[in-house]
Design a protein around this ligand. Structure first.
Ligand SMILES: Cc1cc2nc3c(=O)[nH]c(=O)nc-3n(C[C@H](O)[C@H](O)[C@H](O)COP(=O)(O)O)c2cc1C
Length: 140
């Protein structure tokens, strides 16, 4: 089973989650940049993204679009101030490109202005690591 972790993060909250996912899986966490791409078809691609004005960043959509034929299954995680997540939007976008999306997602509070200081915290990182292992186990 092959796994890869990609994330987009402006202030480091989702990066922390991505690193916990990568640590749980024994792979590296890769930042989503304009040139980020999967080198080969991958069984499970974990994509981390937060909400900015109600949506994931455009680069996250672009990454999924460009790599659609290499993503065996997409697993979504992220952080946000409101508790809402990017899951619904990314799921619809990925499914429209024929990508299977894991039925659950992981989202935790992320520090923003005066809200959620110190989140993600240790418990959030434990939670995302557990999510990463469950996704991998269920995909075997
Ligand atoms: C420009 C901007 C817009 C944001 N818009 C939302 C939003 O619409 N809904 C929400 O829940 N959080 C919003 N947030 C909060 C972020 O989703 C939250 O801080 C998240 O943890 C940031 O993750 P990052 O550090 O990985 O970028 C916004 C943050 C910024 C900087």
């Amino acid at each position: 089973m092959t796994t890869e972790v990609f994330y987009y993060s402006r202030s480091g909250n989702t990066k922390k989650l991505a690193e916990a996912v990568a640590g749980a899986l024994g792979v590296s966490a890769n930042e989503i940049t304009e040139t980020a791409e999967l080198s080969e078809k991958t069984d499970v691609v974990y994509v981390g993204s937060s909400l900015y004005a109600g949506s994931p960043d455009k680069s996250v959509y672009d990454f999924i679009d460009k790599n659609a034929d290499k993503i065996g299954m997409l697993a979504v995680f992220g952080s946000s101030a409101s508790g809402n997540s990017t899951y619904k939007k990314l799921k619809a976008f990925a499914e429209a490109r024929g990508i299977h999306v894991f039925e659950k997602f992981y989202n935790c509070p992320g520090h923003f202005l005066f809200m959620h200081k110190d989140r993600p915290d240790e418990n959030d990182l434990k939670g995302i690591a557990q999510f990463a292992r469950v996704v991998r186990y269920k995909s075997l």
